[in-house]
Design a protein around this ligand. Sequence first.
Ligand code: DC
Length: 217
Amino acid sequence: MIEIAIDGTAASGKGTLAKKLAKKYGFVHLDTGLLYRKVANELIINKKDTSSNLAYHSCEIARNLNLLELNKKELRSEETAKLASFIATYTKLREILNSKQKEFVANNKTKFPGCVLDGRDIGTKILPNADFKFFIDASIDIRAKRRLLEKNISFLHENDEKCMLHSLIIEISERDKLDSSRKTSPLVPANDAHVIDTSFIDAEELLLKVTKIIEGI
Ligand code: DC
């Protein structure tokens, strides 16, 4: 099975790239951020997000997580993302979710010719022997603008838009900082990853660039 590992910062375009690659090659895809988001969302729904036993409750939820029940739409909020990034610092929780991700790959080995996983520690921890590793990044301003566009909000006043963009810049920067500075599996490019800046290229151009690398063109 061909393994493709994609890591990168929030809203860098790594998720769209992973989906497009999986579709192009008929590979199975797992957005690993959804696992952390699902645990965070369950904590919020069950009002355990302010508990002093946050690590314990996170691990309990993670153990019972069903990878077939990850619905991206309901997990999209910045509140969920922020808590996901926070609980992702727990070593025990990462161990549980790492096993789930590795199980996912093992279970699909005979069903698909390849897999694409995207997240923060795929090239360094989950698929250290991946055939292809990519690390995707872009400037903070561009990433915040992309997030804003995804939200598809019609603003009545220009100032409201500016204000929301400013909040997104702060939220994404804080998340980047937490993801890159945690002790266990921080967000860093694997030594053998192709590092790509998407600040000035769109999703199709990124796909073309990555496809050329994979196909050795
Ligand atoms: O990719 P995302 O924005 O949906 O991820 C949400 C959070 O989950 C991210 O801020 C950190 C955490 N995460 C992680 O620690 N390791 C992964 N492989 C994927 C996500």
